[in-house]
Write a protein that binds this ligand. Structure first.
Ligand SMILES: [Zn+2]
Length: 158
C-alpha cells in the first residue's frame, strides 16, 4: 500500500521534471543537497572555530518525519563535501522515529507508514513529540599536528 502510493508520487515528479527540462536525479536531489550543504556549513564553522585541519565524523539526528530521504542525503553529502574540511568525513545518521501524543487522552503512539494526525484511541488531533529533528549532534575534529605531537609525548612520558 505504502509502496504503491510512493511509486505513483515518483511518477508524477518524474513527469514534472521532464516538462521543466531539469534532469530527474537533480530535481530529486535538490532538497537533500541543500540539507547536506547546511550540515557541512555547521561542521566546517565548528572546525574553523577550533583550528582543526579536518573533520573526521559528523553525527546527524534525522527525524523520520522530515521528508529527507536518507540514501539521497548520504549521496548528496558525498557530492557536497568535496573540497571542504569534511572531504573524508563520515556522516553518521541516527534516525529519530516519529512519536505522537494525543492532545485529548494523552496516549502516545509511534505511527508507521501513512499517518493522519488523529488519535487511534479517541480520534482527536495528536501533536508530534519527536520525528522532526534535523540537527548536528556533534562533530569529530582531527587534531592539529602540534596537538598530536604533544599527546604522543605525553603518552611516552607515562
Ligand atoms: Zn486520544
Amino acid at each position: 500500500m505504502i509502496r504503491g502510493s510512493r511509486d505513483s508520487m515518483q511518477t508524477k515528479a518524474l513527469h514534472r521534471a521532464r516538462i521543466l527540462g531539469v534532469p530527474i536525479a537533480e530535481a530529486a536531489m535538490m532538497h537533500e543537497l541543500s540539507v547536506a550543504e547546511s550540515i557541512l556549513n555547521i561542521a566546517v564553522t565548528e572546525a574553523q572555530k577550533h583550528d582543526a585541519p579536518a573533520i573526521e565524523c559528523i553525527k546527524l539526528r534525522l527525524g523520520a518525519f522530515t521528508g529527507v530521504v536518507r540514501d539521497a542525503l548520504e549521496f548528496a553529502f558525498e557530492v557536497a563535501r568535496h573540497g571542504t574540511l569534511a572531504e573524508s568525513a563520515v556522516l553518521e545518521i541516527e534516525i529519530v522515529p516519529l512519536r505522537t501524543k494525543c492532545l485529548n487522552c494523552g496516549c502516545t503512539d509511534t505511527p508507521a507508514g501513512d499517518f493522519c494526525f488523529l488519535c487511534e484511541r479517541c480520534g482527536q488531533p495528536v501533536e508530534i513529540l519527536t520525528g522532526r529533528e534535523m540537527e548536528v549532534e556533534f562533530v569529530d575534529l582531527a587534531e592539529a599536528l602540534e596537538l598530536t605531537k604533544r599527546s604522543t609525548e605525553w603518552n611516552g612520558f607515562r
